[in-house]
Every structure is written in structure tokens, then in C-alpha cells.
Design a protein around this ligand. Sequence first.
Ligand SMILES: [Zn+2]
Length: 67
Amino acid sequence: MTQRQQPGCTGKKKYRTAAEADAMLGLIWSLCKPGRRLESRYYPCDHCGQWHLTSMPLAQAETEHAA
Ligand SMILES: [Zn+2]
């Protein structure tokens, strides 16, 4: 029972720069069909210092982040 609270980014894909994340967003959108729930933006991560993609609306994400 040594497991502590895990960072929210565990298991998430990481991008070292915003440009990399942005390029991947563009790729996802170009490959996927409309109407599906896609990653809609990228954000800098407090835990690992890198970037992640999320499909979460901004307001919701900030609420979660404010803990
Ligand atoms: Zn992270």
C-alpha cells in the first residue's frame, strides 16, 4: 500500500512542445470522422512539465485542476 495519488497524466501521451501537440491535434482531426469526441485542445501539464491533449471543455478542466 505504498501507492500515493497518481498524477493525472499517468498513461497520457506526452508532447515536449506546444507545436508538437498542435501538430498531433491536426493529425487527429484529419484522420477522424466528424461527430466523434476528439481531443480539442492541448495544455501544459503541472505534473510532468510537458503537453497533453484533452477533449475536456476548458471550464470543466479548470474545475478539476483547481483541487
Ligand atoms: Zn503530465
